[in-house]
Design a protein around this ligand. Structure first.
Ligand code: NAI
Length: 237
């Protein structure tokens, strides 16, 4: 398959790039961190991109379509975290998070779908924060942004269904990546979050990459508009 991965330079996105490349897929990797992106992409194509910049997203997907000669899959892993407490959260805090997690995800969905033929598949990255309203370490603007990703995925599944494009989301629990290094550096927070999962541990980026790869593969052919919760038994959605 010809697949674009956003947020490819780190964590879940980087693990997804490694897995999909090992499975023999042809990738275009996108991330705003150009240096790290080059390192992760290796022999695969890399296009530096800020997913919240509409003009840049349009240009990047046009370039990806030209390089790959079309597009069969998209994984939207680009995202940012936010831990500002409720009463200190401002409109600006919300805008910053939603620009990337919500608008950035939408722009990539829209531009990828333009390139796709029937049978193509999209996987977004939500979070259990979007199902539980936060409660791990992310606060109101982050939880809201991930709730929006879950609803956006279902709307995109409806809107793109008539083109034969399937759209699903993976909702990870707490995953050990640079994303959450800061909150997890507090041992009490770490223990509390580990204890919230039946498996009593954090997940790995590789475990989420496996879920994403399955949702992009023909093995998940009867799934669309679905939320695959991969959280060690925290939400049991
Ligand atoms: P990470 O911080 O390791 O990787 C995120 C990547 O997105 C980075 O390479 C960063 O440069 C890129 N990025 C951020 N803003 C961008 C922008 N505007 N344009 C392009 N690229 C941008 O984080 P991780 O853990 O791999 O997270 C990936 C996704 O998984 C995020 O959407 C996050 O919300 C979600 N997630 C992560 C969880 C965790 O515990 N780590 C839990 C649930 C969801």
């Amino acid at each position: 398959m010809r697949i674009v991965v956003t947020g490819a330079a780190s964590g879940i996105g980087a693990a997804t790039v490694r897995l999909l490349a090992a499975q023999g897929h042809q990738l275009v990797c996108m991330d705003r961190d150009a240096a790290a992106l080059e390192r992760v992409a290796g022999a695969q194509a890399a296009i530096p991109l800020d997913v919240s910049d509409e003009g840049a997203v349009i240009a990047a997907f046009r370039e990806a379509g030209e390089r790959l000669g079309g597009l069969d899959g998209l994984a939207t892993c680009a995202g940012i975290y936010e831990t500002t407490p409720f009463f200190e959260t401002t409109a600006e805090t919300f805008r910053k998070v939603h620009e990337v997690n919500v608008i950035g995800t939408f722009l990539c969905l829209r531009e990828a779908a333009r390139l796709m033929a029937p049978g193509s598949r999209i996987c977004t990255v939500g979070s259990v924060a979007g199902l539980r309203g936060g409660g791990l370490a992310g606060t109101v603007s982050y939880a809201s942004s991930k709730g929006a990703v879950l609803a956006m995925t279902k709307n995109a599944a409806r809107a793109l269904g008539e083109r034969g494009i399937a759209v699903n989301t993976v909702a990870p629990g707490m995953i050990e990546t640079p994303f959450v290094t800061q909150p997890l550096s507090d041992p009490d927070i770490r223990r509390r979050i580990e204890g919230m999962a039946i498996q009593n541990r954090l997940g790995t980026a590789e475990e989420i990459a496996q879920a994403i790869a399955w949702l992009l593969s023909p093995q998940s052919s009867f799934c669309t508009g679905m939320t695959l919760v991969a959280d060690g038994g925290m939400v049991m959605h």
